[in-house]
Ligand binder design. Structure first.
Ligand code: ARG
Ligand code: ZN
Ligand code: CA
Length: 242
């Protein structure tokens, strides 16, 4: 409406143990990270290498915590089959056409989180994070303790692909991100190059790679354009009414 992209957020907390019933402080710490990372206010933004200083983006999207819904469960660990999003086995989303729904639960199989791309069923729309990778305090566990799992998942929710395009030298459909060999893990050494055409420097510090939380701290202008396009008239998330 005023040109500012402001996303209302509902956090759905599923817990079997008391620890999984994460605190409001932990939830707020995650919202704070999203507001920093999507507004170039993260303290590591100035660690972006000079080679990428021309493309590092202030995305300009803010997140406002609207409500927290809590529910106990007998489920020991959830998978990526969306059971946490169903009223019978979890918590159904709150008005997904105007609210970003996030779920915190115990995800099995070492999964940190997963997201639904724009254009999917509204009944399952949103992002899911393991409670150990949610926010920066409470039950959060290193090296995924800086809230970057949600930054990455919200990137997917806003139509971003993995930077390596989920294929060897694949495409993420963004022109200002270099072609990567494949996913990067841990924290790669400075100057790491791709062996793809042109052997570009890899942008492994991008949120859409797979590094540790402390290794990722930027979106690119091309990624910003892809995200912003969703919220204008005719975009897949235009119902957010921006
Ligand atoms: N594996 C997950 C995904 O593809 C999330 C990876 C998040 N990485 C992180 N450092 N927190 O959606
Ligand atoms: Zn991903
Ligand atoms: Ca690219």
């Amino acid at each position: 409406v005023n040109g500012k992209i402001e996303i209302p957020v509902v956090v759905n907390v599923l817990y079997r143990t008391a620890a999984e019933n994460i605190s409001l402080a932990q939830i707020q710490s995650q919202i704070d990270v999203l507001n920093k990372d999507f507004n170039a206010l993260n303290s590591d933004f100035n660690s972006v290498p000079a080679e990428f200083s021309g493309v590092k983006a202030n995305v300009g999207i803010t997140f406002v915590l609207q409500n927290v819904v809590r529910k106990s469960t007998r489920t020991t660990s959830f998978s990526t089959n969306d059971a946490m999003k169903k009223a019978s086995t979890g918590i159904a989303p709150t008005t997904p056409s105007t609210v970003l729904n996030m779920w915190s639960c115990n995800l099995g199989g070492g999964i940190l989180g997963y997201a639904q791309f724009p254009g999917g069923s509204s009944a399952t729309d949103g992002v899911v994070m393991d409670n150990n990778a949610f926010g920066t305090t409470g039950t959060v566990t290193a090296p995924f303790n800086l809230g970057r799992t949600a930054t990455h998942e919200v990137g997917h929710w806003m139509n971003l692909r993995h930077i390596w395009g989920d294929a060897n030298c694949g495409s993420d459909l963004v022109s200002d991100t270099p072609t990567h060999d494949s996913a990067n893990y841990g924290v790669p050494a400075a100057g790491h190059r791709s062996t793809c055409t042109g052997t570009p420097l890899e942008m492994f510090m991008n949120y859409m790679d797979y590094t540790d939380d402390r290794g990722m701290f930027m979106f690119s202008n091309g990624q910003k354009a892809r995200m912003s396009a969703l919220f204008v008239s005719g975009g897949a998330r235009a119902s957010f009414g921006i």
